[in-house]
Ligand binder design. Structure first.
Ligand code: MN
Ligand code: MN
Length: 466
């Protein structure tokens, strides 16, 4: 190396494709980790399904329902489930709670199509379900793809769980777009309005019930639903039915370096942080893993991150470790550290105009640190303290974790947020830190197996940190 090369390697921030650094053995490890992840994604398309699977994995690893234990001791492993839609887990540490907890928080909800409360109707002898989209979607991406049906229906005397469209033998559902031959009017519309929200109506049947009455196709569908699930039309009111892409998670590319799947925002961070927590034995500080709901629609409601359930869970831990002393909770928050484990948009080379190349996240360049989110003026961002960013950066470096630091797109071009600010408002040190995703919020999002593994390593290191 000549002098300039030497100086450059010393002073410049390294920017390398992670795959270039991997030995054959390490590559195998990275690829084999992604197998479990793909299974998790294919099996769990909704927050309720995720909670069930996470609970099973926690129990298999000796975690107990926190309400079953009177007292908590170091290395006790516990979980708490809120309304089947969000789950908190903890491994109790050696240190006093007053020294703070190490927490990682992701979310389990993903953009999708929910059913309206009065969804079923018939039009020209085709039966449809009317939807109301959940989270930020580009509506044109959701037509003419296979959809599956997930959720719960509460009837007079029972609760029915539905999952239909995922098994090979199951029917699927879809939304019928207009044929190109007759689309000249539609194609003049903007991409945003080309498919309208009120046209996201799902085709669900076409055989009429025999008899001389109106709405025979609708009747036939209701009759089938009644035979299968015992429900009547009015039971849709007390239901949460979500239609999600029916596709399974798959390897993407000739080299299988990437994963294509629905719901990777934010299940990629949920899965990797869960795996990190499952590895935790006898931690110094209490390790908390949060899997929130409702992030995609603003974190409101009793399963969202704004809810007091989070305090409720922390209080449960405090009551069972240091005793009932409510005044301590703010002290605990004030000395706690948190990674808001959420994805960010990866640089998409098809659209260079959107990005500011020096400050983007790149596929295969490791886990992304985002100091602040928000839009134009950093509006709405919690903007992590330099000291805390420094702590995380040094931690990653000393643990050989490939990380990148970015914003998302040019200033003012758009924006978004995570749950970081909600927890930062409670005086916790919080930093956004997650996996970059291509085609985020689409029915088939793309991530890198390398980045996924680095996230897992990063979350493990964070739990082991000070
Ligand atoms: Mn997210
Ligand atoms: Mn999102």
């Amino acid at each position: 190396m000549n002098n300039a090369e030497e100086l450059k390697s010393k002073l410049f921030k390294e920017k390398t494709n992670g795959y270039e650094k991997l030995s054959e053995k390490e590559l195998k490890k990275v690829f084999s980790f992604s197998e479990g992840y793909k299974e998790f994604l294919s099996e769990n398309k909704t927050e309720r399904e995720c909670v069930k699977s996470i609970k099973r994995l926690l129990k298999e690893n000796n975690f107990k329902n926190i309400d079953e234990l009177k007292q908590l001791h170091p290395n006790d492993k516990v979980y708490y489930i809120n309304r089947e839609k969000c789950i908190y887990a903890a491994v109790i540490g050696q240190k006093s709670p007053e020294d703070g907890f190490n927490m990682i928080a992701s979310h389990l909800d993903s953009p999708r199509l929910d059913l309206k409360p009065n969804p079923l109707y018939e039009d020209e002898e085709i039966a449809f379900l009317k939807t109301h989209y959940y989270g930020g979607i580009k509506k044109y991406q959701w037509v003419n793809i296979p959809l599956s049906m997930h959720g719960v229906i509460i009837t007079k005397d029972k609760k029915i769980e539905i999952k239909l469209g995922e098994e090979e033998k199951d029917p699927i559902f879809t939304i019928a777009d207009l044929l190109p031959h007759l689309s000249s009017k539609q194609e003049k519309k903007t991409l945003k309005d080309g498919i309208e929200a009120e046209n996201l109506n799902i085709v669900v049947g076409s055989i009429p019930y025999k008899g001389n009455i109106d709405e025979k196709v609708k009747l036939n569908i209701l009759n089938l639903l009644n035979q299968e699930y015992g429900i009547k039309e009015k039971d849709f009111v007390s239901a949460e039915i979500e239609f999600t892409p029916a596709m399974k998670a798959k390897d993407l590319g000739f080299d299988r370096s990437l994963i294509a799947a629905y719901g990777q925002d934010d299940r990629v961070c949920a899965y990797t942080s869960l795996k990190a927590l499952l590895k935790e034995e006898n931690p110094n500080k209490t390790c908390i893993c949060i899997f929130a709901d409702k992030e995609e629609i603003g974190s409101m409601g009793n399963t969202g991150m704004y809810s007091n359930t989070f305090e409720y869970f922390i209080e449960k831990i405090l009551n069972k470790t240091v005793g009932n002393n409510p005044s301590i909770i703010n002290k605990v928050f004030n000395s706690s550290k948190m990674l808001s484990a959420d994805v960010t948009g990866a640089y998409n080379p098809n659209y260079p105009d959107i990005y500011e190349k020096n400050n983007e996240s790149y596929i295969n360049h490791g886990i992304s640190i985002i100091k602040y989110t928000g839009s134009a003026s950093k509006g709405g961002a919690s903007d992590a303290n330099a000291e805390f960013v420094g702590y995380v950066k040094n931690l990653f470096e000393s643990n050989n974790i490939t990380y990148q630091v970015s914003e998302m797109g040019k200033i003012g071009i758009g924006g978004g947020g995570t749950i970081a600010y909600i927890l930062a408002n409670r005086s916790i040190d919080v930093l956004d830190c997650g996996v970059p995703v291509l085609s985020m919020h689409s029915p088939y999002e793309i991530t890198s197996k390398y980045d996924i593994y680095e996230a897992y390593k990063a979350y493990k290191a964070f739990y082991k940190g000070e």
